[in-house]
Structures are given as structure tokens and as C-alpha cells.
Design a protein around this ligand. Structure first.
Ligand SMILES: CC(C)(COP(=O)(O)OP(=O)(O)OC[C@H]1O[C@@H](n2cnc3c(N)ncnc32)[C@H](O)[C@@H]1OP(=O)(O)O)[C@@H](O)C(=O)NCCC(=O)NCCS
Length: 155
């Protein structure tokens, strides 16, 4: 499996794919401008994508990451996350943050790459999304903020 990862312009961002990670198209569109979008392709077909927003002072936020449902659990998400973490390390980043639900495989996915829980925003998913979000029959209420600190970040 060879995966090609490239940055794309905002207008070429694969919205439908990214909506797997963020069910609000309005929110997705609002942070796409001002962010950088990276796309992973295999044999010419887009299989994954992620969006990273600069927060200033060397901090970045992974706003969304998604792999096509038919291509999940094949290592593409891991490869894309590793690539993007390395990309921003090489660009001199001090830390990368991500917000995710308080349970589910996604939490382990980030923690496996060195992200650690730094804060919790209670009721985030009910305050910021018009519809309740369920996973495995459990409603998501709270958002955990995880941070990956690059070597040299002293904050
Ligand atoms: C999260 C996501 C990007 C991971 O991509 P992926 O290509 O499936 O990831 P990988 O194949 O590298 O697998 C990473 C781990 O996640 C697990 N995983 C992936 N999809 C899963 C699923 N639907 N259910 C349970 N575990 C899953 C894999 O088993 C693997 O765990 P392991 O290392 O213990 O075997 C992808 O599942 C996805 O797009 N999910 C929907 C969008 C989403 O939730 N994005 C994150 C928002 S916070």
C-alpha cells in the first residue's frame, strides 16, 4: 500500500469525507479558510484527509481527520496522523492540539501518538451541535482537549 499525502487548496478540500469527522458542514466551512488541508491518496483515489488550523505562537489544532469508511482500519489514519505530526514538527511547531469525544476508539487513536488530555469542555457537543451525537448508543456530551507537545516546548 503506497499512500501519497499532499496539501490541497481550500477549494479542493474533500468536504464529504471531512464531514465524517465533523458532522457540522457550517463549522467545517468556517474553519477551513485559515486552515491547511492535507489529502491522502492511494492508487489515485482520495482515501483520507485532515485539516490543521494555526493557533499562533507555534501551536496548531488538528480540526478534523477522516478516512473513507470503506478504507478504515487499514492503517491510513495512522499514516496520515503520523505524517501531519511530523510535518508540523519539521515546520518548527511547539505543540498540536485536538478536541475529541470523552470515549471511543478515536481517543486511543490520538493517545497512541503521544497526545495527552489537557482539559475538558463539559457539554461541548450539546452546546455546539444542533443534533445530539451518539456513538455505540452513548451520547457525546463532553469534549476532551488533547495536546501533543513537541520537544522544546516549555509552556
Ligand atoms: C479516526 C480515523 C481517521 C482512523 O483512521 P483509520 O484509517 O481507520 O485508522 P487506522 O487503520 O490507522 O487504525 C487506528 C486504530 O483505530 C481503530 N479503528 C479505526 N476505525 C475504527 C472503528 N470504526 N471502530 C473501532 N476502531 C477503529 C483501528 O482498529 C486501530 O486500532 P489498533 O491500532 O488498536 O488496531 C477513521 O476511523 C475515521 O475517519 N473515523 C471517522 C471520523 C472520525 O471519527 N475522525 C476523528 C474525529 S475526532
Amino acid at each position: 500500500m503506497s499512500l501519497l499525502i499532499q496539501e490541497v487548496l481550500e477549494q479542493n478540500a474533500p468536504l464529504e469525507l471531512l464531514l465524517l469527522a465533523d458532522p457540522s458542514e457550517e463549522k467545517l466551512r468556517s474553519y477551513l479558510s485559515g486552515s491547511r488541508c492535507f489529502v491522502a491518496s492511494s492508487n489515485g483515489a482520495v482515501v483520507g484527509a485532515c485539516v490543521v488550523q494555526p493557533l499562533g505562537a507555534g501551536a496548531y489544532e488538528l480540526m478534523s481527520i477522516a478516512v473513507q469508511a470503506t478504507h478504515q482500519k487499514a492503517g491510513h489514519g495512522t499514516a496520515l496522523l503520523r505524517w501531519v505530526v511530523d510535518f508540523f514538527r519539521n515546520a518548527g511547531a511547539r505543540r498540536m492540539e485536538v478536541g475529541t469525544g470523552a470515549f471511543g476508539y478515536q481517543l486511543a487513536f490520538y493517545q497512541r501518538h503521544g497526545f495527552r488530555v489537557t482539559s475538558i469542555e463539559h457539554d461541548f457537543f450539546v452546546k455546539h451541535y444542533p443534533e445530539p451525537i451518539f456513538e455505540n448508543g452513548i451520547q457525546h456530551f463532553d469534549m476532551l482537549r488533547l495536546t501533543l507537545r513537541y520537544p522544546g516546548d516549555v509552556a
